[in-house]
Write a protein of this length. Structure first.
Length: 239
């Protein structure tokens, strides 16, 4: 497989509008199915969700999945069947390992303001593990600029741990004109969550994504103050 950069505009994403939920899906999800768009590397779900005040996802089950949630604006309240509970806010990374089975709810903590977040799933190394939960405030690290490891199975210091040794997630809150080098990995998924940036000759606005395969030394430059989410994975998920 040769080096490729596949640009995916925000207008190409699957869209779900339930009134209380405005969701855009980077890959096949729920009723939206495309056999040619099941993920990139080990990343198989990347949903950009806006939940209305007082709304949210009631208690529902998950199994054998590493689920990472990243809040962009507002606050998201989490509760699960393992007794974990908390309110997620921008800069607080959260990982839930569904393992052999867990139920949880995700509700907008505010009755007056929407909450905007991105939720991402990767398959675990091992099936049937004991469910786990972890969260960590990384705002101080993000304030230093550059790309910051936020969730990793590769042992990155300062990141929450996911049970997938071949995957890591990075976040950058980039100042206008700041440039960063994307990780070099067989599969890299770049998502522009806020602002805009250029990747070589490609312009990426808010909600746009790039799927890189076997590409070395790719440089991302912020056009304006921006927030980007980057996944690197060494393998492709089994379908």
């Amino acid at each position: 497989m040769g080096a490729t950069i596949d640009i995916r505009p925000s207008t190409d994403r699957f869209h779900t509008d339930l009134g209380w939920l405005d969701s855009n899906h980077s890959f096949s999800f729920g009723r939206h199915y495309d056999p040619d768009n099941l993920g990139h590397g080990l990343l198989i779900v990347s949903n950009d969700d806006i939940v209305a005040p007082g709304g949210g996802f009631g208690t529902h089950p998950h199994r054998d999945m590493e689920i990472v949630t990243w809040v962009l604006e507002g606050e998201l309240e989490h509760r699960d069947s393992e007794g974990n509970a908390g309110v997620l806010y921008p800069g607080l990374s959260q990982r839930m390992s569904a393992g052999r089975g867990i139920t949880h709810s995700e509700m907008n903590h505010s009755k007056t303001a929407p909450v905007h977040f991105v939720q991402m799933w990767v398959a675990p190394d091992e099936l049937g593990i004991t469910p786990e939960y972890e969260q960590l405030d990384v705002n101080e690290a993000l304030a230093g600029g550059g790309l910051v490891p936020v969730a990793s199975g590769k042992g990155h210091e300062g990141a929450i741990t996911i049970h997938q040794r071949n995957a890591a997630m990075w976040v950058g809150r980039l100042a206008s004109h700041e440039a960063v080098t994307l990780p070099h990995a067989p599969f890299v998924h770049l998502y522009v969550a806020k602002g805009s940036a250029t990747l070589g000759e490609h312009y990426l606005g808010r909600g746009d994504a790039a799927r890189l395969t076997e590409t070395a030394s790719a440089t991302l430059s912020a056009v304006e103050d921006s927030e980007v989410i980057v996944w690197e994975t060494d393998l492709e998920a089994h379908r």
